[in-house]
Design a protein around this ligand. Structure first.
Ligand SMILES: [Zn+2]
Length: 483
């Protein structure tokens, strides 16, 4: 049996977070009645002229910078011609020879857990098509479909990778890192299940060691990371069996059926020349000066890749903890804000991933909604560090803060959680316990050191757990040794 190597390239469509469409002022929001957000421009009626949405260009530049691309000072729009009912104009306005961004990359983990650089060929700006609402559950089983043009001409970026990925797991890792990067850069909602981020996979096999690429197929309709994993595995198996049986792979576009875990052919794959691309005559070329790129760059926050390195290399967090924090932008921001007031990253991470995550999970709330204030959490941790309250009390205070939104100080006072660190109060408690327990005291003085634990326990009990254990220990040992 021949051993094959898998070659995968990915294409993503991300809807940009603009208020209005790319060439007209129709709103882009998602939940309107069908065909209410349309006008002569996005319906392509005769005699209308498009005007490019500046914010869409800005967000495309931002995405390009976040994905380490070069930003083109000159790009232009073209018409991609094809007939399909979701495309009111009969062509899609997109960018072909001169896209807005080129030559980027993202770093992901390969199957061995090492860093791997995946090149991004280009990002181009284009308009979305409308949406066909099928009468049945899938396009293949429907008697008819109804077009909704609300989505027509919503601004999109298409991100195209080089075929640098070699497994289903790598494809999924790339998709996750891309989604997270776009989320941090705030250019798109990146909701795969709602279609604001969509992924197509190009996949081919070639015998191990062969330079030349095999014939590829394209799988569409992947709307979760899990479906990317499953579809690649499915197509790897299908192509392996076909090649082993001496069959030829046909270049075609497949659609993924997630319910049944299979892909079926939609059409034989077109090449670029089938679309008769030509320049869009109604739009002038897009000129982007360096000043503008510099301005946009200033708006970019620290991106997930760098953030992970900071948490691991500078703060000494484990890879796992760093990823858990960074993979959730809300958690990552919360972490940084607590850290701003309490400079001990490991303790902050432990509380965030331990108690706070437990509270969030046990409630119906999302981490986005929680009422905890980062500076209150920092205050609470400071109280623990200074010995003003003990760890268990702090957990109870945190829970109360989480549920009521009250300030930690108020809760500590209300519940009487303040640790007794006052030496004279502790000395009295120690004296009382020593005189009430002559036998353990004698044992300790004869060298049975384990008697100390018993006496400590008695003092903690007598003070209702509020004594500062370290202070008690010092006072007790001092009293036993010197009195
Ligand atoms: Zn419109």
């Amino acid at each position: 049996m021949t051993q094959y190597e898998t070659v995968i390239g990915l294409e993503f469509h991300a809807e940009l977070k603009t208020k209005t469409k790319i060439f007209c002022s129709c709103p882009t929001d998602f939940s309107a009645e069908p065909n209410t957000h349309v006008c002569p421009v996005c319906l392509g009626l005769p005699g209308v002229l498009p005007v490019l949405n500046k914010r869409a260009v800005e967000l495309a530049i931002k995405a390009g910078l976040a994905l380490n691309c070069q930003i083109s000072h000159l790009s232009k729009f073209d018409r991609k011609n094809y007939f399909y009912p979701d495309l009111p104009k009969g062509y899609q306005v997109t960018q072909f020879p001169l896209p807005i961004c080129t030559n980027g990359y993202l770093i992901i983990k390969d199957d061995a857990g090492n860093d791997k650089r995946i090149r991004i060929n280009r990002i181009h700006l284009e308009e979305d098509a409308g949406k066909l609402v099928h009468s049945g559950t899938t396009i293949a089983t429907s008697a008819y479909s109804l077009p909704d043009y609300n989505r027509a001409a919503v601004p999109l970026i298409e991100i195209v990778t080089e075929p640098d990925l070699s497994s289903a797991e790598e494809a999924k890792n790339f998709a996750e890192m891309l989604k997270l990067t776009l989320q941090y850069a705030a250019v798109s909602d990146v909701k795969m299940e709602q279609g604001s981020l969509r992924c197509d996979v190009n996949i081919s096999l070639r015998p191990q060691g062969q330079k030349e690429l095999g014939v590829k197929t394209e799988i569409k309709n992947l709307n979760s990371f899990r479906s990317i994993l499953r579809a690649v595995a499915y197509e790897q198996t299908r192509q392996t069996e076909a090649l082993d049986n001496g069959e030829r792979i046909i270049q075609e576009t497949l659609t993924w059926d997630d319910d049944n875990g299979t892909a079926f052919s939609m059409r034989s794959k077109e090449d670029a020349h089938d679309y008769h691309y030509f320049p869009e005559p109604d739009l002038v070329p897009t000129i982007v000066e360096q000043d503008w790129i510099d301005e946009v760059a200033k708006e970019l926050p620290e991106l997930p890749q760098k953030r992970k390195y900071r948490l691991v290399d500078q703060y000494g967090l484990s890879d796992y903890d760093a990823s858990t924090i960074v993979n959730n932008p809300v958690l990552a921001l919360f972490f940084d804000r607590v850290l701003y007031h309490y400079d001990d990253p490991k303790t902050v991470a432990n509380w965030l991933l331990g108690e706070i995550s437990r509270l969030v999970k046990s409630s119906e709330e999302e981490i986005e909604m929680i009422s905890l204030k980062p500076d209150d959490v920092a205050y609470l941790l400071t109280q623990v560090k200074e010995g003003a309250i003990n760890n268990n009390s702090a957990k109870a205070v945190l829970e109360e803060m989480f549920q009521t939104g009250k300030e930690p100080d108020a809760i500590i006072k209300e519940k009487g959680f303040a640790q007794i660190s006052d030496t004279s109060a502790l000395q009295d408690a120690v004296k009382a316990v020593i005189s009430a327990n002559p036998q353990p005291v004698a044992d300790y003085r004869q060298g049975k050191k384990q008697a100390l634990g018993f006496l400590l326990g008695q003092i903690m009990k007598a003070t209702g757990g509020q004594a500062n254990p370290q202070a008690v220990r010092e006072i007790l040992i001092n009293a036993l040794d010197n009195e």
